[in-house]
Design a protein around this ligand. Sequence first.
Ligand SMILES: NC(=O)C1=CN([C@@H]2O[C@H](COP(=O)(O)OP(=O)(O)OC[C@H]3O[C@@H](n4cnc5c(N)ncnc54)[C@H](OP(=O)(O)O)[C@@H]3O)[C@@H](O)[C@H]2O)C=CC1
Ligand SMILES: CC(=O)N[C@@H](CCC(=O)OP(=O)(O)O)C(=O)O
Length: 345
Amino acid sequence: MKAGIIGATGYGGVELFRLLNSHPHIKQVILFSSSNAGEEFTSIYPQMSTEQNHRLEELNPEEMKEELDVIFLATPAGVSTQLTPELLGGKAKVIDLSGDLRLKDGSAYTKWYKKESASSAILEKSAYGLPEWNKEAIQSADLIANPGCFPTAALLGLGPLVSEGIVDPSSIIIDAKTGVSGAGKNPGAITHFAHLQENFQIYKVNQHQHIPEIEQQLTEWSPETVPVTFSTHLVPMTRGIMATIYLTLKENQTLEELKSYYESCYAEEPFVRFRKEGQFPGTKDVYGSNYCDIGITLDPRTNRVTIVAVIDNLMKGAASQAVQNMNLLFQYEEKTGLPDLPVYP
Ligand SMILES: NC(=O)C1=CN([C@@H]2O[C@H](COP(=O)(O)OP(=O)(O)OC[C@H]3O[C@@H](n4cnc5c(N)ncnc54)[C@H](OP(=O)(O)O)[C@@H]3O)[C@@H](O)[C@H]2O)C=CC1
Ligand SMILES: CC(=O)N[C@@H](CCC(=O)OP(=O)(O)O)C(=O)O
């Protein structure tokens, strides 16, 4: 198979390259760049040298859609809205890592991303690429909207309880922390080393573009609308997301019952690991891997549940989840080409 990466010189693009380069079904990876076409990839990332030389190519959607089997877009918001219509209709399947195609309601996209949305025809065509919850739709799609990094952690953590209908829908608080690579390779002043180191910073309070994405999926799982309080914090680390989620239950349940919902939801899922009672994961437990590790507990004093879900934002939050989706699209075994274990320490 031939794969193409648009936005190859960004953090998500480089991580995709690393994974696709050792994927057993990918014979060739072609890298596209809007700013460095004509240059060798190794002139930008010498550490990514391989046996094959990779020159950064200029975009040519007409050729790409016929010659490539799969195209990944690892580009800033707004680019996929423009490019996807030109990339569909040929041989290639398209996997978009940006937020452009995740929200079914184009006006919600415009409100939260402050950009023009893709057409409703494109939005309808795209399958939400959260494999643990949407496998069938992914397998039969031509276009995948890879989930956001925070929604991946939050939804995998919340899914078993919200879909069971046992959560008070007005009670959900998602308190999330992220490493700085989530902001891409050209972040703003908030991510400057001098500001970031020894600091812990909340940002986009009540304005984060992942709020409607999380609510869209929760509301699909639940008979009621599920609004969430969602806050994001930058911590001085490179990779990793921890979503600490608090909620109350509609009726009393035991921790054993709660655990059983997770165990049955994720029993067949190779990339969700549920912790034993009393254990909670840290971000290093999933570093460099496609895992989402989850721990839960119930405080009998308050009847409040605490859920902790961790992922690597560049992996399960972006590139490796995109490869997991590619595996599903092409009927490869879901774990193909993805690391078995995280990098530790
Ligand atoms: N970083 C993360 O943890 C996650 C990121 N995402 C999303 O994935 C996407 C990529 O993120 P990330 O790799 O971090 O971002 P980066 O900013 O690191 O890279 C984006 C790349 O897109 C390319 N690009 C920029 N403008 C254009 C344009 N107008 N047309 C075509 N290509 C363009 C650039 O590459 P070049 O100049 O070579 O074309 C750039 O290197 C974003 O939408 C992001 O929100 C999603 C989940 C997690
Ligand atoms: C640290 C940091 O800034 N993280 C980014 C991650 C979001 C992202 O990647 O954007 P989309 O999923 O919408 O494409 C943020 O919080 O906005």
